[in-house]
Design a binder for this molecule. Structure first.
Ligand SMILES: O=P(O)(O)OC[C@H]1O[C@H](O)[C@H](O)[C@@H](O)[C@@H]1O
Length: 546
Protein backbone atom coordinates (compact mmCIF):
# COMPACT_ATOMS: atom_id res chain seq x y z
CA UNK A 1 0.00 0.00 0.00
CA UNK A 2 1.20 3.45 -0.90
CA UNK A 3 1.00 4.68 2.71
CA UNK A 4 3.71 2.17 3.64
CA UNK A 5 6.11 3.34 0.94
CA UNK A 6 9.26 5.30 1.83
CA UNK A 7 7.97 8.07 -0.46
CA UNK A 8 4.83 8.44 1.68
CA UNK A 9 6.85 8.42 4.90
CA UNK A 10 9.19 11.06 3.54
CA UNK A 11 6.21 13.31 2.85
CA UNK A 12 4.87 12.76 6.35
CA UNK A 13 8.16 14.09 7.67
CA UNK A 14 8.05 17.05 5.35
CA UNK A 15 4.53 17.76 6.54
CA UNK A 16 5.84 17.89 10.12
CA UNK A 17 8.61 20.28 9.10
CA UNK A 18 6.24 22.44 7.09
CA UNK A 19 4.47 23.44 10.29
CA UNK A 20 7.50 25.55 11.12
CA UNK A 21 7.28 27.60 7.91
CA UNK A 22 5.19 30.68 7.45
CA UNK A 23 4.11 31.99 4.06
CA UNK A 24 4.98 35.49 5.23
CA UNK A 25 8.66 34.54 4.97
CA UNK A 26 8.31 32.07 2.12
CA UNK A 27 6.66 34.58 -0.17
CA UNK A 28 9.71 36.83 0.13
CA UNK A 29 11.86 34.23 -1.58
CA UNK A 30 11.66 35.14 -5.26
CA UNK A 31 13.41 31.97 -6.40
CA UNK A 32 10.89 29.86 -4.52
CA UNK A 33 7.98 31.80 -6.03
CA UNK A 34 9.40 31.53 -9.54
CA UNK A 35 9.80 27.80 -9.13
CA UNK A 36 6.22 27.48 -7.98
CA UNK A 37 4.58 29.14 -10.96
CA UNK A 38 3.87 27.24 -14.17
CA UNK A 39 2.21 28.24 -17.37
CA UNK A 40 0.50 26.37 -20.16
CA UNK A 41 -1.22 27.99 -23.15
CA UNK A 42 -1.42 31.33 -21.33
CA UNK A 43 -2.93 29.78 -18.19
CA UNK A 44 -0.90 30.53 -15.07
CA UNK A 45 -0.92 28.30 -12.02
CA UNK A 46 0.80 29.97 -9.08
CA UNK A 47 1.04 27.56 -6.16
CA UNK A 48 3.60 29.55 -4.19
CA UNK A 49 0.97 30.13 -1.51
CA UNK A 50 0.76 26.46 -0.66
CA UNK A 51 2.35 25.29 2.60
CA UNK A 52 5.07 23.60 0.63
CA UNK A 53 8.24 24.38 -1.25
CA UNK A 54 10.04 23.02 -4.33
CA UNK A 55 11.52 20.24 -2.21
CA UNK A 56 8.00 19.14 -1.25
CA UNK A 57 7.09 18.99 -4.91
CA UNK A 58 10.09 16.75 -5.61
CA UNK A 59 8.89 14.42 -2.86
CA UNK A 60 5.36 14.46 -4.29
CA UNK A 61 6.74 13.62 -7.73
CA UNK A 62 8.54 10.66 -6.19
CA UNK A 63 5.25 9.61 -4.63
CA UNK A 64 3.63 9.87 -8.06
CA UNK A 65 6.26 7.51 -9.41
CA UNK A 66 5.78 5.11 -6.53
CA UNK A 67 2.02 5.16 -7.21
CA UNK A 68 2.74 4.47 -10.91
CA UNK A 69 0.89 7.58 -11.94
CA UNK A 70 2.36 7.58 -15.46
CA UNK A 71 1.38 3.96 -16.03
CA UNK A 72 -2.16 4.58 -14.77
CA UNK A 73 -2.63 7.61 -17.02
CA UNK A 74 -1.43 5.51 -19.92
CA UNK A 75 -3.85 2.70 -19.03
CA UNK A 76 -6.64 5.26 -19.04
CA UNK A 77 -5.59 6.70 -22.40
CA UNK A 78 -5.32 3.32 -24.04
CA UNK A 79 -8.81 2.27 -23.00
CA UNK A 80 -7.93 -0.39 -20.40
CA UNK A 81 -10.86 -1.34 -18.17
CA UNK A 82 -9.59 0.75 -15.24
CA UNK A 83 -13.11 1.00 -13.84
CA UNK A 84 -12.65 -2.51 -12.56
CA UNK A 85 -15.89 -2.95 -10.63
CA UNK A 86 -17.88 -2.33 -13.80
CA UNK A 87 -15.24 -3.67 -16.18
CA UNK A 88 -15.28 -0.46 -18.20
CA UNK A 89 -12.76 1.76 -19.89
CA UNK A 90 -12.70 5.44 -18.91
CA UNK A 91 -12.32 7.40 -22.09
CA UNK A 92 -14.04 10.74 -21.81
CA UNK A 93 -10.91 12.17 -23.47
CA UNK A 94 -12.08 10.48 -26.68
CA UNK A 95 -15.19 12.68 -26.61
CA UNK A 96 -13.10 15.70 -27.55
CA UNK A 97 -10.78 13.86 -29.90
CA UNK A 98 -9.64 15.17 -33.25
CA UNK A 99 -10.35 12.72 -36.06
CA UNK A 100 -6.68 11.69 -36.06
CA UNK A 101 -6.56 10.92 -32.31
CA UNK A 102 -6.59 7.16 -32.00
CA UNK A 103 -8.61 6.13 -28.96
CA UNK A 104 -9.57 2.49 -28.67
CA UNK A 105 -11.66 0.26 -26.45
CA UNK A 106 -11.13 -3.49 -26.81
CA UNK A 107 -9.15 -2.64 -29.91
CA UNK A 108 -12.14 -0.95 -31.53
CA UNK A 109 -11.41 2.60 -32.67
CA UNK A 110 -13.92 4.83 -30.90
CA UNK A 111 -12.99 8.20 -32.40
CA UNK A 112 -15.11 7.58 -35.52
CA UNK A 113 -18.14 6.81 -33.33
CA UNK A 114 -17.65 10.09 -31.49
CA UNK A 115 -17.23 12.06 -34.70
CA UNK A 116 -20.39 10.49 -36.12
CA UNK A 117 -22.55 11.57 -33.16
CA UNK A 118 -21.00 15.05 -33.32
CA UNK A 119 -21.91 15.24 -37.01
CA UNK A 120 -25.53 14.31 -36.20
CA UNK A 121 -25.68 16.90 -33.43
CA UNK A 122 -24.29 19.58 -35.75
CA UNK A 123 -26.89 18.61 -38.37
CA UNK A 124 -29.94 18.78 -36.10
CA UNK A 125 -28.59 21.94 -34.52
CA UNK A 126 -28.39 23.58 -37.89
CA UNK A 127 -31.85 22.35 -38.91
CA UNK A 128 -33.44 23.68 -35.72
CA UNK A 129 -31.56 26.96 -35.70
CA UNK A 130 -32.27 27.63 -39.39
CA UNK A 131 -35.95 26.87 -38.87
CA UNK A 132 -35.87 23.79 -41.08
CA UNK A 133 -36.77 21.44 -38.25
CA UNK A 134 -39.98 23.07 -37.01
CA UNK A 135 -42.38 22.22 -34.22
CA UNK A 136 -45.51 20.21 -34.85
CA UNK A 137 -47.58 23.35 -35.48
CA UNK A 138 -45.01 24.72 -37.91
CA UNK A 139 -43.48 27.18 -35.45
CA UNK A 140 -39.70 27.60 -35.10
CA UNK A 141 -38.25 25.87 -32.05
CA UNK A 142 -36.66 28.58 -29.94
CA UNK A 143 -36.58 26.92 -26.53
CA UNK A 144 -34.94 23.82 -25.14
CA UNK A 145 -35.74 22.11 -21.86
CA UNK A 146 -32.94 19.70 -20.94
CA UNK A 147 -34.16 17.05 -18.51
CA UNK A 148 -31.54 15.07 -16.61
CA UNK A 149 -29.91 14.83 -13.20
CA UNK A 150 -26.41 14.41 -11.73
CA UNK A 151 -23.89 13.81 -14.48
CA UNK A 152 -26.65 14.24 -17.03
CA UNK A 153 -27.24 17.80 -15.86
CA UNK A 154 -24.59 19.54 -13.77
CA UNK A 155 -21.84 19.73 -16.38
CA UNK A 156 -24.14 21.10 -19.07
CA UNK A 157 -25.56 23.70 -16.70
CA UNK A 158 -22.10 24.78 -15.55
CA UNK A 159 -20.97 25.26 -19.17
CA UNK A 160 -24.21 27.02 -20.12
CA UNK A 161 -23.80 29.53 -17.32
CA UNK A 162 -20.07 29.89 -17.93
CA UNK A 163 -20.28 30.89 -21.58
CA UNK A 164 -23.69 32.42 -22.10
CA UNK A 165 -22.51 36.00 -21.64
CA UNK A 166 -19.49 35.61 -23.87
CA UNK A 167 -20.23 37.76 -26.94
CA UNK A 168 -20.06 34.90 -29.45
CA UNK A 169 -22.47 32.85 -27.33
CA UNK A 170 -24.76 35.75 -26.43
CA UNK A 171 -25.14 36.63 -30.13
CA UNK A 172 -25.73 33.04 -31.15
CA UNK A 173 -28.41 32.46 -28.53
CA UNK A 174 -30.33 35.73 -28.91
CA UNK A 175 -34.06 35.05 -28.74
CA UNK A 176 -33.54 31.49 -27.49
CA UNK A 177 -33.92 29.89 -24.08
CA UNK A 178 -32.23 26.86 -22.56
CA UNK A 179 -33.63 25.61 -19.27
CA UNK A 180 -32.65 22.67 -17.13
CA UNK A 181 -34.99 20.37 -15.24
CA UNK A 182 -33.34 18.03 -12.77
CA UNK A 183 -35.13 17.71 -9.48
CA UNK A 184 -38.24 15.62 -8.99
CA UNK A 185 -39.64 18.53 -6.97
CA UNK A 186 -42.80 19.75 -8.78
CA UNK A 187 -41.52 23.30 -8.30
CA UNK A 188 -38.61 22.52 -10.60
CA UNK A 189 -40.98 21.36 -13.34
CA UNK A 190 -42.98 24.56 -13.06
CA UNK A 191 -39.86 26.70 -13.14
CA UNK A 192 -38.61 24.90 -16.24
CA UNK A 193 -41.84 25.23 -18.19
CA UNK A 194 -43.09 28.56 -16.85
CA UNK A 195 -43.81 31.05 -19.62
CA UNK A 196 -42.70 28.73 -22.42
CA UNK A 197 -44.93 28.03 -25.38
CA UNK A 198 -44.96 24.24 -25.94
CA UNK A 199 -45.30 24.84 -29.68
CA UNK A 200 -41.84 26.49 -29.69
CA UNK A 201 -40.10 24.12 -27.28
CA UNK A 202 -37.85 21.12 -27.75
CA UNK A 203 -37.48 18.71 -24.85
CA UNK A 204 -34.22 16.79 -24.55
CA UNK A 205 -34.26 13.85 -22.16
CA UNK A 206 -30.76 13.06 -20.97
CA UNK A 207 -30.02 9.89 -19.06
CA UNK A 208 -27.18 7.44 -19.50
CA UNK A 209 -29.32 4.56 -18.22
CA UNK A 210 -32.73 5.97 -19.14
CA UNK A 211 -33.99 4.48 -15.89
CA UNK A 212 -33.21 7.22 -13.35
CA UNK A 213 -36.44 7.79 -11.42
CA UNK A 214 -36.32 11.58 -11.27
CA UNK A 215 -35.50 11.97 -14.94
CA UNK A 216 -38.10 9.49 -16.10
CA UNK A 217 -40.82 11.15 -14.01
CA UNK A 218 -39.92 14.58 -15.35
CA UNK A 219 -39.75 13.16 -18.88
CA UNK A 220 -43.26 11.79 -18.49
CA UNK A 221 -44.47 15.11 -17.12
CA UNK A 222 -42.90 16.93 -20.08
CA UNK A 223 -44.41 14.45 -22.52
CA UNK A 224 -47.84 15.18 -21.03
CA UNK A 225 -47.13 18.93 -21.13
CA UNK A 226 -46.34 18.76 -24.85
CA UNK A 227 -49.03 16.32 -25.91
CA UNK A 228 -51.83 17.97 -23.92
CA UNK A 229 -51.07 21.25 -25.67
CA UNK A 230 -50.21 19.96 -29.13
CA UNK A 231 -51.35 16.36 -29.48
CA UNK A 232 -49.32 13.20 -29.34
CA UNK A 233 -47.51 13.94 -32.59
CA UNK A 234 -45.47 16.56 -30.73
CA UNK A 235 -43.62 13.79 -28.92
CA UNK A 236 -42.04 12.42 -32.07
CA UNK A 237 -41.30 15.88 -33.44
CA UNK A 238 -40.23 17.81 -30.34
CA UNK A 239 -38.67 15.27 -28.00
CA UNK A 240 -35.05 14.20 -28.32
CA UNK A 241 -33.04 11.85 -26.16
CA UNK A 242 -29.43 11.31 -25.15
CA UNK A 243 -28.64 7.89 -23.71
CA UNK A 244 -26.66 4.68 -23.90
CA UNK A 245 -29.97 2.79 -23.65
CA UNK A 246 -31.41 3.23 -27.15
CA UNK A 247 -34.23 0.64 -26.83
CA UNK A 248 -35.61 2.39 -23.73
CA UNK A 249 -35.64 5.74 -25.58
CA UNK A 250 -37.55 4.19 -28.47
CA UNK A 251 -39.99 2.57 -26.09
CA UNK A 252 -40.63 5.98 -24.58
CA UNK A 253 -41.73 7.19 -27.99
CA UNK A 254 -38.63 9.01 -29.23
CA UNK A 255 -37.85 8.56 -32.91
CA UNK A 256 -34.60 6.73 -33.71
CA UNK A 257 -33.20 9.75 -35.58
CA UNK A 258 -33.79 11.90 -32.49
CA UNK A 259 -31.77 9.65 -30.20
CA UNK A 260 -28.12 10.54 -29.65
CA UNK A 261 -26.04 7.78 -28.17
CA UNK A 262 -22.95 7.59 -26.05
CA UNK A 263 -21.07 4.70 -24.53
CA UNK A 264 -20.48 2.84 -21.29
CA UNK A 265 -16.87 4.04 -21.30
CA UNK A 266 -18.16 7.55 -20.51
CA UNK A 267 -18.95 8.00 -16.82
CA UNK A 268 -22.01 10.18 -16.15
CA UNK A 269 -20.05 12.89 -14.33
CA UNK A 270 -17.49 12.92 -17.16
CA UNK A 271 -20.09 13.08 -19.93
CA UNK A 272 -20.52 16.78 -20.64
CA UNK A 273 -18.41 16.48 -23.81
CA UNK A 274 -20.70 13.71 -25.12
CA UNK A 275 -24.15 14.37 -26.53
CA UNK A 276 -25.19 14.87 -22.87
CA UNK A 277 -23.77 18.39 -22.93
CA UNK A 278 -23.24 18.93 -26.63
CA UNK A 279 -26.83 18.51 -27.78
CA UNK A 280 -28.56 21.06 -25.52
CA UNK A 281 -25.61 23.45 -25.64
CA UNK A 282 -25.27 23.30 -29.44
CA UNK A 283 -29.00 23.81 -29.95
CA UNK A 284 -28.72 26.94 -27.85
CA UNK A 285 -25.31 28.35 -28.79
CA UNK A 286 -24.76 26.91 -32.26
CA UNK A 287 -22.22 24.30 -33.22
CA UNK A 288 -19.25 26.64 -33.71
CA UNK A 289 -19.17 27.71 -30.08
CA UNK A 290 -19.41 24.13 -28.94
CA UNK A 291 -16.59 23.10 -31.23
CA UNK A 292 -14.40 25.67 -29.47
CA UNK A 293 -15.37 24.19 -26.12
CA UNK A 294 -14.29 20.73 -27.32
CA UNK A 295 -11.02 22.13 -28.67
CA UNK A 296 -10.29 23.63 -25.25
CA UNK A 297 -10.94 20.36 -23.45
CA UNK A 298 -8.74 18.52 -25.95
CA UNK A 299 -5.93 21.02 -25.49
CA UNK A 300 -5.91 20.27 -21.74
CA UNK A 301 -6.01 16.53 -22.46
CA UNK A 302 -2.94 16.85 -24.68
CA UNK A 303 -1.13 18.85 -22.04
CA UNK A 304 -2.07 16.30 -19.37
CA UNK A 305 -0.83 13.42 -21.54
CA UNK A 306 2.42 15.00 -22.64
CA UNK A 307 3.77 17.62 -20.21
CA UNK A 308 6.38 16.56 -17.66
CA UNK A 309 4.67 16.13 -14.30
CA UNK A 310 6.50 19.11 -12.76
CA UNK A 311 4.92 21.39 -15.37
CA UNK A 312 1.65 19.54 -15.79
CA UNK A 313 -1.27 21.60 -14.47
CA UNK A 314 -3.70 18.77 -13.64
CA UNK A 315 -0.92 16.66 -12.13
CA UNK A 316 0.26 19.58 -10.00
CA UNK A 317 -3.26 20.35 -8.82
CA UNK A 318 -3.79 16.68 -7.98
CA UNK A 319 -0.51 16.39 -6.07
CA UNK A 320 -1.26 19.58 -4.14
CA UNK A 321 -4.69 18.15 -3.29
CA UNK A 322 -3.07 14.98 -1.94
CA UNK A 323 -0.54 17.02 0.00
CA UNK A 324 -3.21 19.17 1.62
CA UNK A 325 -5.70 16.43 2.39
CA UNK A 326 -3.54 13.40 3.19
CA UNK A 327 -0.45 14.99 4.71
CA UNK A 328 -1.58 18.30 6.15
CA UNK A 329 -5.00 16.79 7.05
CA UNK A 330 -7.06 19.48 5.41
CA UNK A 331 -9.88 17.62 3.73
CA UNK A 332 -11.90 20.59 2.50
CA UNK A 333 -11.24 22.64 -0.59
CA UNK A 334 -12.86 25.94 -1.53
CA UNK A 335 -13.40 26.70 -5.20
CA UNK A 336 -13.47 30.46 -5.58
CA UNK A 337 -13.91 31.68 -9.15
CA UNK A 338 -13.82 35.44 -9.53
CA UNK A 339 -16.41 35.21 -12.23
CA UNK A 340 -20.16 35.20 -11.78
CA UNK A 341 -20.37 33.09 -14.92
CA UNK A 342 -18.81 30.24 -12.94
CA UNK A 343 -21.51 30.20 -10.28
CA UNK A 344 -22.36 26.58 -11.09
CA UNK A 345 -18.73 25.46 -11.34
CA UNK A 346 -18.47 24.28 -7.74
CA UNK A 347 -21.71 22.31 -8.05
CA UNK A 348 -20.32 20.43 -11.04
CA UNK A 349 -16.92 19.83 -9.49
CA UNK A 350 -18.61 18.57 -6.33
CA UNK A 351 -20.00 15.70 -8.35
CA UNK A 352 -16.88 15.15 -10.46
CA UNK A 353 -14.63 15.01 -7.44
CA UNK A 354 -16.73 13.77 -4.55
CA UNK A 355 -18.57 11.04 -6.44
CA UNK A 356 -15.23 9.93 -7.89
CA UNK A 357 -12.93 9.90 -4.89
CA UNK A 358 -15.34 9.52 -1.98
CA UNK A 359 -14.38 5.89 -1.50
CA UNK A 360 -13.82 3.38 1.27
CA UNK A 361 -11.56 0.82 -0.37
CA UNK A 362 -8.68 0.73 -2.82
CA UNK A 363 -8.84 -0.75 -6.32
CA UNK A 364 -8.37 -4.23 -4.91
CA UNK A 365 -11.16 -3.87 -2.37
CA UNK A 366 -8.84 -3.39 0.63
CA UNK A 367 -9.89 -0.85 3.25
CA UNK A 368 -8.16 2.46 2.59
CA UNK A 369 -5.87 3.40 5.48
CA UNK A 370 -6.80 7.07 5.06
CA UNK A 371 -9.82 9.20 4.38
CA UNK A 372 -9.69 9.74 0.64
CA UNK A 373 -11.60 12.34 -1.32
CA UNK A 374 -11.91 16.01 -0.64
CA UNK A 375 -14.95 18.03 0.32
CA UNK A 376 -15.49 20.68 -2.32
CA UNK A 377 -17.56 23.78 -1.92
CA UNK A 378 -17.51 27.29 -3.28
CA UNK A 379 -19.11 30.42 -4.59
CA UNK A 380 -17.91 33.15 -6.87
CA UNK A 381 -15.92 35.96 -5.37
CA UNK A 382 -16.52 38.60 -4.32
CA UNK A 383 -19.87 37.23 -3.09
CA UNK A 384 -18.14 34.63 -0.95
CA UNK A 385 -16.02 37.32 0.72
CA UNK A 386 -19.18 38.78 2.19
CA UNK A 387 -20.40 35.46 3.52
CA UNK A 388 -18.09 32.56 4.44
CA UNK A 389 -14.54 33.89 3.96
CA UNK A 390 -14.54 34.85 7.63
CA UNK A 391 -14.09 31.18 8.44
CA UNK A 392 -11.19 30.69 6.05
CA UNK A 393 -9.42 33.82 7.32
CA UNK A 394 -9.77 33.30 11.05
CA UNK A 395 -11.51 29.97 11.57
CA UNK A 396 -10.49 26.69 9.97
CA UNK A 397 -7.65 26.33 7.50
CA UNK A 398 -9.24 25.58 4.12
CA UNK A 399 -7.07 25.38 1.03
CA UNK A 400 -8.64 27.49 -1.69
CA UNK A 401 -8.44 27.65 -5.47
CA UNK A 402 -8.75 31.21 -6.74
CA UNK A 403 -9.72 31.22 -10.41
CA UNK A 404 -9.61 34.52 -12.30
CA UNK A 405 -9.66 35.89 -15.83
CA UNK A 406 -7.59 38.71 -17.34
CA UNK A 407 -10.32 39.88 -19.69
CA UNK A 408 -14.00 40.19 -18.79
CA UNK A 409 -16.78 38.65 -20.86
CA UNK A 410 -18.57 41.98 -20.93
CA UNK A 411 -17.65 45.33 -19.51
CA UNK A 412 -19.29 47.98 -17.38
CA UNK A 413 -17.39 51.22 -16.96
CA UNK A 414 -18.43 54.05 -14.73
CA UNK A 415 -17.66 57.50 -16.09
CA UNK A 416 -16.12 58.74 -12.83
CA UNK A 417 -14.11 55.58 -12.16
CA UNK A 418 -10.71 54.79 -13.67
CA UNK A 419 -11.26 51.08 -13.14
CA UNK A 420 -14.11 49.13 -14.65
CA UNK A 421 -16.11 46.61 -12.65
CA UNK A 422 -13.92 43.73 -13.81
CA UNK A 423 -10.83 45.51 -12.47
CA UNK A 424 -12.61 46.00 -9.15
CA UNK A 425 -13.45 42.28 -9.10
CA UNK A 426 -9.90 41.29 -9.97
CA UNK A 427 -8.39 43.60 -7.35
CA UNK A 428 -10.13 41.36 -4.83
CA UNK A 429 -8.96 38.25 -6.66
CA UNK A 430 -5.33 39.34 -6.25
CA UNK A 431 -5.77 40.59 -2.70
CA UNK A 432 -7.50 37.62 -1.06
CA UNK A 433 -4.77 34.98 -1.57
CA UNK A 434 -2.27 37.40 -0.02
CA UNK A 435 -4.58 38.22 2.87
CA UNK A 436 -4.85 34.49 3.58
CA UNK A 437 -1.14 33.89 3.20
CA UNK A 438 0.28 36.96 4.96
CA UNK A 439 -2.33 37.60 7.61
CA UNK A 440 -1.97 40.43 10.07
CA UNK A 441 0.08 40.33 13.25
CA UNK A 442 -0.47 41.77 16.71
CA UNK A 443 2.49 44.10 16.15
CA UNK A 444 1.02 45.47 12.96
CA UNK A 445 -2.29 46.06 14.68
CA UNK A 446 -0.60 47.78 17.60
CA UNK A 447 1.36 50.01 15.22
CA UNK A 448 -1.97 51.00 13.68
CA UNK A 449 -3.20 52.01 17.12
CA UNK A 450 -5.86 49.31 17.42
CA UNK A 451 -7.11 49.21 21.05
CA UNK A 452 -5.47 46.37 23.02
CA UNK A 453 -8.79 44.65 23.80
CA UNK A 454 -9.60 44.35 20.12
CA UNK A 455 -6.23 43.04 19.00
CA UNK A 456 -6.95 39.30 19.55
CA UNK A 457 -10.13 39.66 17.51
CA UNK A 458 -8.38 41.39 14.65
CA UNK A 459 -5.37 39.12 14.29
CA UNK A 460 -5.20 37.15 11.04
CA UNK A 461 -2.88 34.20 11.51
CA UNK A 462 -2.07 33.99 7.78
CA UNK A 463 -0.11 31.02 6.40
CA UNK A 464 -3.34 29.83 4.80
CA UNK A 465 -2.82 28.00 1.52
CA UNK A 466 -4.25 28.71 -1.89
CA UNK A 467 -3.69 28.19 -5.60
CA UNK A 468 -4.04 31.05 -8.01
CA UNK A 469 -5.20 30.10 -11.49
CA UNK A 470 -5.20 32.97 -13.95
CA UNK A 471 -6.78 32.43 -17.37
CA UNK A 472 -6.74 34.97 -20.23
CA UNK A 473 -10.54 34.97 -20.52
CA UNK A 474 -13.63 32.85 -20.11
CA UNK A 475 -14.74 31.85 -23.58
CA UNK A 476 -15.94 28.41 -24.77
CA UNK A 477 -12.36 27.26 -25.44
CA UNK A 478 -11.11 28.27 -21.98
CA UNK A 479 -14.19 26.76 -20.40
CA UNK A 480 -13.30 23.43 -22.02
CA UNK A 481 -9.78 23.72 -20.62
CA UNK A 482 -11.06 24.49 -17.14
CA UNK A 483 -13.40 21.51 -17.22
CA UNK A 484 -10.70 19.07 -18.33
CA UNK A 485 -8.21 20.51 -15.85
CA UNK A 486 -10.47 19.63 -12.92
CA UNK A 487 -11.54 16.29 -14.38
CA UNK A 488 -7.91 15.20 -14.64
CA UNK A 489 -7.07 16.57 -11.23
CA UNK A 490 -9.61 14.21 -9.73
CA UNK A 491 -8.17 11.26 -11.65
CA UNK A 492 -4.64 12.10 -10.47
CA UNK A 493 -5.73 12.07 -6.83
CA UNK A 494 -7.60 8.80 -7.28
CA UNK A 495 -4.54 7.27 -8.94
CA UNK A 496 -2.29 8.32 -6.08
CA UNK A 497 -4.72 6.97 -3.48
CA UNK A 498 -5.03 3.87 -5.69
CA UNK A 499 -8.81 3.81 -5.66
CA UNK A 500 -11.35 3.45 -8.44
CA UNK A 501 -12.49 7.00 -9.23
CA UNK A 502 -14.95 5.83 -11.84
CA UNK A 503 -17.68 3.86 -10.05
CA UNK A 504 -20.25 5.20 -7.55
CA UNK A 505 -21.77 2.35 -5.58
CA UNK A 506 -22.35 4.68 -2.66
CA UNK A 507 -25.40 6.24 -4.26
CA UNK A 508 -27.31 2.97 -4.53
CA UNK A 509 -28.54 2.33 -0.99
CA UNK A 510 -30.55 5.54 -0.76
CA UNK A 511 -32.29 4.67 -4.04
CA UNK A 512 -33.28 1.23 -2.73
CA UNK A 513 -34.62 2.66 0.52
CA UNK A 514 -36.61 5.30 -1.37
CA UNK A 515 -38.31 2.49 -3.28
CA UNK A 516 -39.31 0.91 0.04
CA UNK A 517 -40.73 4.18 1.32
CA UNK A 518 -42.58 4.66 -1.97
CA UNK A 519 -44.30 1.31 -1.62
CA UNK A 520 -45.39 2.28 1.90
CA UNK A 521 -46.72 5.64 0.66
CA UNK A 522 -48.76 3.86 -2.00
CA UNK A 523 -50.86 2.10 0.68
CA UNK A 524 -53.83 3.63 2.46
CA UNK A 525 -52.58 3.10 5.99
CA UNK A 526 -48.83 3.14 5.54
CA UNK A 527 -48.81 -0.64 5.45
CA UNK A 528 -45.33 -2.09 5.58
CA UNK A 529 -43.97 0.89 7.50
CA UNK A 530 -43.46 -1.39 10.53
CA UNK A 531 -40.36 -2.66 8.72
CA UNK A 532 -38.87 0.82 8.75
CA UNK A 533 -37.03 2.35 11.73
CA UNK A 534 -39.35 3.72 14.41
CA UNK A 535 -38.37 7.32 13.85
CA UNK A 536 -39.05 6.98 10.10
CA UNK A 537 -42.51 5.57 10.88
CA UNK A 538 -43.28 8.62 13.04
CA UNK A 539 -42.10 11.01 10.34
CA UNK A 540 -44.17 9.22 7.70
CA UNK A 541 -47.34 9.40 9.73
CA UNK A 542 -46.79 13.11 10.32
CA UNK A 543 -46.29 13.52 6.55
CA UNK A 544 -49.44 11.51 5.80
CA UNK A 545 -51.51 13.76 8.08
CA UNK A 546 -50.40 16.85 6.06
O1 LIG B 1 -27.63 9.61 -16.57
P1 LIG B 1 -28.41 8.81 -15.60
O2 LIG B 1 -28.34 7.34 -15.90
O3 LIG B 1 -29.84 9.29 -15.55
O4 LIG B 1 -27.81 9.00 -14.20
C1 LIG B 1 -27.81 10.23 -13.54
C2 LIG B 1 -26.97 10.20 -12.28
O5 LIG B 1 -27.57 9.34 -11.35
C3 LIG B 1 -26.86 8.49 -10.50
O6 LIG B 1 -27.52 8.35 -9.29
C4 LIG B 1 -25.38 8.68 -10.35
O7 LIG B 1 -24.99 8.91 -9.02
C5 LIG B 1 -24.80 9.73 -11.22
O8 LIG B 1 -23.46 9.42 -11.44
C6 LIG B 1 -25.53 9.87 -12.52
O9 LIG B 1 -24.92 10.86 -13.29
Amino acid sequence: MIVNSPEWKALEQLAEQSRRWHLREQLQNKHRCDAMRVEYDDIVLDYSRQNMNPETLQALLKLADAAELGKKIEAKRTGKAINTTENRAVLHMALRADPEDDYRVDNEAVTPLVIDVRRRIAAITQAVRQDKHLGVTGKPLRNVIAIGIGGSYLGAEFVFEAIRQHPSCADASAGRQLRFLANVDPADFHRATEGLNPAETLVVIISKTFTTTETMLNARAAKAWLSEALGFEAVSKQMLAVSTNIPACEQFGIQREHIFGFWDWVGGRYSVCSAVGLLPLALHFGWQNIEQFLLGARSMDQHFLSAPFAQNLPVLLGLIGVWNSSFLKRPVRALLPYSQALHRFAAHIQQVDMESNGKLVDRDGRALPLEAGEINFGEPGTNGQHSFYQLIHQGRVIPADFIGFCRPQTSVKLSDNRLDLHDELMANFFAQPDALALGKTEQELRAEGVPEALIPHKVFPGNRPSNVLLFPELNPYRCGQLLALYEHRTAVQGFIWNLNSFDQWGVELGKVLAQRVKSVLQTDNLEGSENLPFSTQQLLSKYRRR
